[in-house]
Design a protein around this ligand. Sequence first.
Ligand SMILES: NC(=O)c1ccc[n+]([C@@H]2O[C@H](COP(=O)([O-])OP(=O)(O)OC[C@H]3O[C@@H](n4cnc5c(N)ncnc54)[C@H](OP(=O)(O)O)[C@@H]3O)[C@@H](O)[C@H]2O)c1
Length: 249
Amino acid sequence: MSKTALIISASSDIASATARLLAEKKYSITLTSRNIQSCADLSKEITNISSNICFTISLDVRDVTSFDDFFLNLKDTPELVLFCAGKMESDELISSKNRGYFSQEIKDIVDTNFTGPIIFLSKLKDYLVKKDKQTSIIILSSVAGDRGRSKNPFYGSSKAGLSSFSSSIRQELGKSKISVITIKPGFVRTKMTKNLNLPKFLTSSPEQIAKIIYRAHKKKKNVVYSKFWFLIMIVIKSIPEFIFKKLNF
Ligand SMILES: NC(=O)c1ccc[n+]([C@@H]2O[C@H](COP(=O)([O-])OP(=O)(O)OC[C@H]3O[C@@H](n4cnc5c(N)ncnc54)[C@H](OP(=O)(O)O)[C@@H]3O)[C@@H](O)[C@H]2O)c1
């Protein structure tokens, strides 16, 4: 029997690179997206690489009322679940002197990065515990959640909440067959960061992150950073608040 994976928000560049890698490893894959048309090409590509049929399911992670049906209709119990949904602030919101004016966008960021994910992950956990199968739940959080900065307050704080929630379910499931893995990439060259000027030596490709994700699954890791970001975040977290508040990065 082939190994199975469930990839949430497969239109993400990191998700699709991981899907390709898993297809090469002969996984049978289910992709979700809020617009499944956007995954049609990827789905065909995966079927060609793996020779397994690739299923696609529509899922908007803000639509918490759809989650029960989602799990009822899931065909196979996955042994790897990758959760990739994420939303960053728009340039208009970040450059605005009236950030509070963007209340709908702020709510959307929190619903996409935190509220939707923690409800989805809670239901996923209940579903997997009943199935009693060896599974990795791999959650894409961010180094932005490790210390709040003025440049991404809503993205950063919602990812901080997601990282904290990941830690909670990792502890809850610590003695079970389920591994909960938090991935905290630094910069990655994707649609999300296309407008940012990223330093090359600190920036990963989606394919590099896909390899990190696969290795973390195989080794049942807990929290994983990319490149030098673990050390960078130790330094950033150790800066005293009275100095940190005067910095502009
Ligand atoms: N790129 C980086 O530097 C970086 C660094 C650290 C962490 N991350 C995290 O890595 C993950 C993947 O991001 P990426 O870099 O691959 O960027 P991306 O290509 O822009 O992917 C973002 C994904 O989130 C999905 N999404 C947004 N709102 C959604 C919703 N309401 N319901 C379902 N899916 C939704 C998008 O779907 P649509 O195509 O439908 O919009 C897209 O698939 C994100 O969680 C991100 O926060 C990225």
